[in-house]
Design a protein around this ligand. Structure first.
Ligand code: 13P
Ligand code: SF4
Length: 305
């Protein structure tokens, strides 16, 4: 990290001047994670954004994450350092398409993965993340639910609940690339090493997993595991802190394709520029704000196990 000393100093100074907090998703570039006040998964970061006393939140992640922060903390200034950081999965469903779908659903509640636009959240009953999806579905009084937009997460939840679950057929183009053959090849090379996968992976990959976890869940798994080698099935940004926090353990990413271009688009210079120029402000207007907020707040109110 030596090469970043000057820009880190600049960011420290600007952060103080602006009264800002920097949040980074676990898939961000190593140096962006390094400068962040908090790294985390979608759930943790949205909770930190809601609770933070800072006036300015720099959200190093993708658009839907900064939007969730703007919904939960509407009086704060939420900055997305690179405005092109989107999520193709979130773009696979629109509010208009969901409204059409709802006509066929006989009132089944919509459980909306946070990887979605504010407009789509506003059409939904409750949000979930990969860390709490099963708990959220189980918390609902209805026996039938409809999940959007990730089919892989939905199928994973379907296997964990007795509720009748149907779902939208979106997916994460990065996790979708991971194949069961790739995982099997690493399992042969590292016999006995547990394989931990993100629930956005396809079902045949998840069938090979020893544990299925959100990104923060993977850090916890790594910390608690007795294994000296752990196989990882999620975006490569996770490797930085896994290795840093567990220097005695070996972490192997099971595919070279596990790179989300949208998570990598934000550079350390973008973080500096966002603080310096107070850009790019993410705001959600009413009535979408209040409706989306309700879906997010219902999720945050679901008790932890
Ligand atoms: P997490 O909530 O597990 O961090 O996942 C977010 C995401 O975008 C995964 O692709
Ligand atoms: Fe979206 Fe997948 Fe990238 Fe996560 S990893 S931000 S789901 S495209």
């Amino acid at each position: 990290m030596q090469q970043y000393t000057d820009i880190f100093d600049e960011i420290h100074r600007l952060r103080k001047e602006r009264g800002a907090v920097i949040l980074a998703h676990n898939y961000q570039r190593d140096e962006v994670q390094e400068i962040a006040d908090h790294c985390g998964d979608s759930l943790a970061l949205s909770q930190i954004a809601a609770a933070s006393a800072a006036e300015v939140i720099v959200f190093a992640g993708v658009h839907f994450m900064a939007e969730s922060a703007a919904i939960l903390a509407p009086r704060k200034t939420v900055l997305l350092p690179n405005p092109d950081a989107g999520c193709p999965m979130a773009d696979m469903i629109t509010a208009a398409a969901l409204r059409e779908k709802k006509k066929e659903l006989n009132g089944a509640p919509i459980v909306c993965y946070v990887n979605s636009s504010a407009e789509v959240k506003a059409e939904s009953d409750i949000c979930c993340t990969s860390a709490n999806a099963v708990r959220v579905v189980e918390s609902l009084p209805q026996d039938e639910v409809y999940m959007i937009p990730d089919m892989n997460l939905s199928l994973y939840v379907a296997g964990k609940t007795k509720k009748k679950l149907s779902y939208w057929k979106g997916f994460c183009p990065t996790h979708q690339l991971l194949t069961a053959d790739e995982v099997r090849a690493f399992k042969i090379r590292y016999p006995g090493a547990p394989f931990v996968a993100h629930p956005e992976c396809p079902p045949d990959v998840l069938a090979l997993a020893d544990a299925i976890r959100s990104t923060s869940g993977m850090y916890e798994y790594a910390r608690k595991s007795d294994a000296s080698t752990i196989l990882i099935g999620t975006e490569m940004g996770i490797m930085y802190r896994l290795r840093k926090e567990n220097p005695e353990k070996e972490f192997i990413l099971v595919s070279r394709n596990l790179i989300c271009p949208n998570m990598k688009i934000t550079t350390i210079e973008d973080v500096r520029d966002s603080l310096r120029d107070m850009k790019h402000i993410i705001k959600v207007a009413e009535p979408v704000l209040s409706k989306a907020r309700l879906a997010l707040e219902r999720m945050l109110a679901v008790p932890r196990d």
